[in-house]
Structure formats: C-alpha cells, structure tokens
Design a protein around this ligand. Structure first.
Ligand SMILES: [Zn+2]
Length: 387
C-alpha cells in the first residue's frame, strides 16, 4: 500500500544536474516462465547492461555501477511472493524507495536525472486506489484498496453497542475521543462519525474514489453527510452483507470502478475537446499543452496510454518543447532532444500541482484522434504565439 505522503515526496524530488537516478520496474510474476528459477535476476542483469552508454564519462560509469550494484543486491535478497517490484535509487543522496507489488508490471529501467515515476502513476490509476466503507446502521468496516490489494483498516460500532476495534498501524488517527457520548440518535451520530473517519482516511491513503457499501439507505445517508469533495468522489453504492469477505469486497468494487472509470474517461475527453474548441481553460495536442505548461498552468492532464512523443528541452530555461531542432520559444535558448516527452510532461504537471489521467479503452481512442494529449488549465488561456 502506497501512502499519499510518500507519493507526494517522490513527486517533489528535484531533478539532479547529472544522472544519478535509477528507476526499476521489474516483473517477478512466477506465473511467467521467464521469471522461474529467479529468471528475473538474469533479466535485470541484461537490462542494466543495456542502459550503459559508451559515451559516458568515467564519473557516469562509476555512479551507474554503484546504483546497479545496489539494485542487484536488493533483488538478490528478494524472497518472493510479489508480482512486481518498483525501485527508485538515487546515488546523489543514497535515496532508496523499494516496493513489492501485488500487480504485474512491465519490465522497464531508466537512468537519468529524475525518477521515472509515470509508470507507477499509471499503475495506481489502472488498478484504482480507493476507500471502501461498509456500513449498516450501527457498525462500520473500512478498507483501503491500492494496486489490487485490499487492506481492512478498522471496524467500529455506534455508541451504546458493544464496540470492537481492529486497527492496522493507524492507531494514531483513530482517536475515540470524537465519539460523542451525549448522542441521543445512535444511527445519526454513528453516520456522522463514519464521515469523520472517511475524512481522516482520505488524508492518509491515496484515495481518489470512494465506494459505499451496505444497505442502500445507509449508504445514501453517508453520501449526503459527506463534504462536497468526498461526496463527488463516490463512484457507487454496493449492496453487500456486513460480514462480506475482503476478497468479495475487492472484486465487486473493482468491477464497479472499471465501469465508472471507462464512462468518466469518455466524458472527460468530450469535455476537454469542447473546452479547447471554445478556447476555454483547456489545450489540446502536444504543442498547445506544452505552451500552457511552460506558463506554469496545469490543472488536469489527460493522455492516451501508449501515446509516444519526442521533443526537446531548453538548456537555459528548462521549458519542454514539441521539437528539438529550433531555439526555445520562451527564451531562444539552445534546445536538446528529449525522447520521452510524455514522461517529462507528466512529471511537470505533477510538480505544478496538477493531476494526471492516463486513459485507456474507448476514452484513449477518442483522445488519440485529437492529438493523444490535452490539458485542463487552472487559469484562463492567454493566446499563445506559435512561431
Ligand atoms: Zn528557454
């Protein structure tokens, strides 16, 4: 489970001046033959070697060797049980962030000045991270779902009924002091407490969405009591018995989430196209998206998963540019080529405080027809001069 705070600290890491960051996505899924008998170690070895560039300086080679050794050492001590491993190592400050995942990842290694974070963001989106609140009139269970894994967080009862508490490492936020002893209406007080709990959880976990489960009238009442931000994150209501097994809860809520994501993605693309055509707080296509980003304007980036683009980066002002063979549009500075422009764009949007929505399926197809990428803007668009 990846917490909101750690994700934010990964995003906030500054680019280095020289390459020192190794990002590793390693498929260790044992249902794949190539990974049996620790075949993933062999894969990792050859992928690390492929990264090596004959043009590197002595310093580059040395820094890379140290990172590669750390990486191999980590994988050698891996005990098994996961499907994928994500690792970010930065030699500049001996930083290491390593996570075993319950979902398969595509093998990918990169060496550079910044974390290759967007496959992780895509995974988080694709496998949905959300909270589930299963509540009847007097008792409630809460769950966090992330990367295909469900974790039961807490079970609690209304005042006046026997209360059981199960916590998993989140004791601090589960203060019972908020439990209102003067409650006359158990149900209402209980549901109000549920809302407080949801608010706290949404700050700790990476909760983009919320599923409310249990009797319909309870779920709708909780939804009504939620503050606007959280109420609008509710993707649906699930009729499930209070004793439902976590695996059942996971499967039903993932189904609900898939349906809702597909529909929401299609709607978003339509909204983006309309807004961009009216020149209202949206830009469509790589060119205009980068222009807006270079003016530090970003609200929500949409892109079709698999869409690739190369371009350039200004060596003077760091602006990202759709082409590398002309001077910078911002400052006329020299531009060097960048081969994964989407990756850099995603990182920039996140750093500007925007959000990123990788699209799949029908939504991705319709966005591809209009350039594969687009951006909702925070501020009004200013006319951009395109030379
Ligand atoms: Zn520039």
């Amino acid at each position: 489970m990846i917490l909101q705070a750690e994700l934010q600290s990964l995003i906030a890491r500054k680019d280095r001046l020289e390459s020192s960051v190794l990002s590793v996505y390693l498929n260790v899924n044992q249902t794949e033959e190539a990974n049996l008998n620790r075949g993933f170690e062999t894969n990792l070895h050859s992928m690390l070697n492929e990264l090596r560039d004959p043009a590197w300086s002595e310093r580059d080679v040395e820094t890379f060797n140290r990172a590669a050794d750390r990486c191999l050492e980590q994988i050698r001590s891996y005990k098994g049980g996961a499907k994928g491993i994500v690792m970010f190592l930065d030699q500049a400050d001996d930083f290491a962030w390593i996570r075993e995942l319950n979902v398969t990842v595509r093998n990918s290694l990169s060496w550079g000045v910044s974390l290759h974070i967007h496959p992780l963001m895509e995974l988080l989106r694709r496998f949905h991270n959300f909270g589930v609140v299963l509540s009847d009139h007097v008792h409630t269970r809460t769950f966090a779902v992330s990367l295909g894994e469900i974790r039961e967080l807490k079970e609690f009862r209304a005042e006046g009924t026997t209360r059981k508490t199960r916590t998993t490492g989140t004791d601090q936020i589960w203060s019972d002091s908020r439990f209102d002893r003067r409650a006359s209406n158990h149900v209402h007080q209980h549901l109000k407490h549920v809302v407080e709990v949801i608010e706290q959880l949404s700050k700790t976990y990476v909760f983009e969405h919320l599923v409310l489960a249990g009797p319909h009238e309870v779920a709708t009442e909780i939804q009504r009591l939620l503050p606007q931000r959280l109420a609008s994150s509710v993707v649906g209501l699930l009729a499930l018995p209070f004793e439902a097994k976590p695996q059942t809860i996971l499967e039903s809520s993932l189904r609900l989430m898939d349906e809702s994501t597909e529909a929401a993605g299609i709607e978003l693309v339509e909204e983006l196209i309309t807004a961009a055509s009216k020149n209202r707080k949206a830009s469509l296509g790589m060119d205009r998206t980068l222009d807006a980003l270079n003016q530090k304007d970003a609200w929500q980036l949409l892109y079709s998963v698999g869409f690739k683009a190369d371009g350039g980066e200004c060596t003077e002002c760091s602006a990202l540019l759709p082409v590398a063979d002309e001077p910078c549009r911002q400052c006329r500075g020299e531009v060097r080529p960048v081969d994964d422009l989407i990756e850099r764009t995603v990182a920039l949007v996140l750093r500007l405080g925007g959000t990123v929505e990788p699209l799949r399926g029908k939504a991705a197809e319709s966005l591809l027809e209009v350039g594969g990428i687009g951006l909702f803007l925070r501020f009004a668009t200013t006319e951009v001069i395109v030379s």
